[in-house]
Ligand binder design. Sequence first.
Ligand SMILES: [Fe+2]
Ligand SMILES: [Fe+2]
Length: 398
Amino acid sequence: MTTAEDSKHTAERNDFDDANDVDRIMEIAQANDNPHELIHLVQDNADAIFTWNYDKGERAKLDKLYEKSKTSQWNATTDLDWSIEVDPYEALNLQAELQMDPSNVEDPDSPLYSWGDKEWREFGLQSAKWRLSQFMHGEQGALLCTAKIVETVPWIDAKYYAAQQTVDEARHVEAFARYLNEKLDGGYPVNPHLRLLLDDIINDSDWDMTYLGMQIMVEGLALAAFGFMHDLTEEPLLKKMLRYIMSDEARHVAFGVLSLQEVYQDMTLAEIQHRQEFAFEAALRMRDRFLQQEVWEYMGVDSRVMCERLLNAPEETKVFQRMLFSKIVPNCRKLGLLDAGEGWLREKFTEIGVIEFEHMPDTGDEFLEYDLQEENFEEKAQSMHEAAAATAMGTAEA
Ligand SMILES: [Fe+2]
Ligand SMILES: [Fe+2]
């Protein structure tokens, strides 16, 4: 760990005062100078570490996760029924998310005011393609990050588990890519906010930062989002695919929580503060990518106007966006990241309206509930979804 650098970082602590600055968000959105690039290079600054300690099970919880993952493998080619015909317009309609805020449809100044069925139908398809594409790119990020963890983590139990997760991620990329290509006629390039986040995670030289960026932030958000999409969609192929992927993702987030708990215990305050900032910056990048600038442009709508409207919408209408944080916030709490350094991250999560999720279940043990053998999964998933929605709307029972 680089304490000197951390102190410097802390001295210049960024307060992210411009979290809702549309200029900043649009500047990043338009920074994709080569949207057709096929190969993207990132400097990976980490050391590869061998360990000569082969004592399997020294970290019992990681060992349990590893054993669990060995018996939870599935095959995207044969376990999913790819012969199912999919109506691309009906696969995943996300219209309701926007219509939570009536001003998007009832205000004559809204670019969506004049939309009829034809536009909403097209929006449904484009936003499904866009969203599933970003998850596919995020899955590739997870594939690379987890392969990196195999190299960089010094514990044998974690190397074993990360190797298992790498296989899971290959399967997820494969499944999303096939769904997009065969059922939705192709996808969107990586969103610049997401790409920058993935670049930052790979770029960092401290091995625990890969876990924080990927397992806690990116996969925590994915686990929540897959749950909501799984509940929303009636399309049987996508529903089953999401069900399978969620059972893997819950283990992945648990891997992050269990590993970082041990590492954070021995860190200095300056080191923890650096991690708080990294987590918050990741949260902003993930929130900003959900403004889906590319879809507005495709629909012929001024993306800047829509981003401004969406960012400034009343909190109570941003239920879906906030629910994406329903796994991240309790996991950050469990890791002690919310309250360290005089509660800096708590304050920041309060500002962006997601702190209310802090007491929802964390993912340290929750992965067992997502198991593929879990018979009551559908009901459980629905009640998790309802609890997150009630918390986001402020109607949850205390
Ligand atoms: Fe994944
Ligand atoms: Fe994952």
